[in-house]
Design a protein around this ligand. Structure first.
Ligand SMILES: NC(=O)C1=CN([C@@H]2O[C@H](COP(=O)(O)OP(=O)(O)OC[C@H]3O[C@@H](n4cnc5c(N)ncnc54)[C@H](OP(=O)(O)O)[C@@H]3O)[C@@H](O)[C@H]2O)C=CC1
Ligand SMILES: O=C(O)[C@@H]1CCC=N1
Length: 268
């Protein structure tokens, strides 16, 4: 199978590197194109893939084309490559908010399209992705997309109308977690820790707690209870967090990202 990537940025690059590293595709069977030759060449130097002349060559010569460009570029790129698609190509888009219907409308009749919402921990094989099937895509296409995206993390198939929620939770989620780690460490410094120590402690705490949720049979609420002694420090910390709107902040953050995803869909 030949895989093409149009748009050699962070997300597309991570997915292609993951697929090659996992042995899903040989690097010589991966074709790359980007707006600038430099981006495509930089990725090719890292993973051994081949730089194409342009987007059209990628469309012509690939069995599966991964669209790794920004949401506002997707429809223009589909218009640019449509005439070159051989007819049995499967397209996989990672663009936030760009619906299957709008992509199908800008592609030749019958084009098989999968819409995906990955996240940047895919760069280290720890991604979380939601995927949805377009009206012409087959179960075999979903299986290939599961393998491609599964080479860099977990993949859940969802309804397309759930992808805005996926974006709010896991697509944008890493940024919320980075902010949390930053704040945890910053206050640790104010409480007397050295900056390096505070960042290490905050980071390991988030990794450890996430692993506990993943590996323990207990719910997050039960795990929280285990940390919280009556009259102790955690209770004091949790009360202050709630009083200053922590849960509400997280909820409004997720809702705003999901709403923005719906807004991009309405604009496209
Ligand atoms: N970053 C994230 O956390 C996530 C991003 N996404 C989605 O992934 C997509 C890419 O985002 P991200 O990787 O962050 O962005 P980047 O800016 O890193 O990558 C976008 C790439 O598209 C290329 N590009 C622009 N115009 C064209 C064109 N006309 N033809 C071919 N390539 C083009 C750019 O090329 P060049 O470098 O040569 O200028 C760039 O490399 C977006 O649609 C986003 O919604 C989805 C989930 C998470
Ligand atoms: O911010 C964005 O639009 C992209 C999509 C999800 C994460 N980053």
């Amino acid at each position: 199978m030949k895989i093409g990537l149009i748009g050699c940025g962070r997300m597309g690059g991570a997915l292609i590197e993951g697929a090659i590293t996992a042995g899903l595709v040989a690097s010589s069977d991966v074709l790359l194109s980007s707006r600038s030759k430099e981006s495509a060449q930089t990725l090719a130097d890292k993973c051994g893939a081949v730089v194409a002349e342009n987007n059209s060559q990628v469309a012509r010569e690939s069995d599966l084309v991964l669209l790794g460009c920004k949401p506002y570029q997707i429809i223009d790129i589909l218009n640019e490559i449509s005439a070159e698609l051989p007819g049995d190509t499967c397209l996989v888009s990672v663009a936030a908010g760009i619906t299957l219907q709008s992509m199908e409308g800008a592609s030749p009749e019958g084009t098989r399209i999968i819409r995906a919402m990955p996240n940047t921990p895919s760069l280290i094989g720890m991604g979380a992705t939601g995927i949805s099937k377009g009206s012409h895509a087959t179960d075999a296409d979903i299986a290939i997309a599961q393998k491609l995206l599964g080479s860099v993390g977990i993949v859940l198939e969802t309804r397309e109308d759930q992808l805005d929620a996926v974006t709010g939770v896991s697509g944008s989620g890493p940024a919320y977690v980075y902010t949390f780690i930053e704040e945890l460490a910053a206050q640790g410094v104010k409480e007397g820790l050295d900056a390096d120590d505070a960042l290490q402690l905050a980071t390991q705490t988030v990794i450890g707690a996430a692993r506990m949720v993943e590996q323990s049979p207990m719910s997050p609420a039960e795990l929280r209870n285990q940390v919280t002694s009556p009259g102790g420090t955690t209770l004091a910390g949790l009360k202050a967090l709630t009083d200053s709107g922590f849960e509400k902040s997280v909820a409004t953050g997720v809702a705003a990202a999901a709403a923005r995803s719906r807004e991009i869909a309405a604009e496209s």
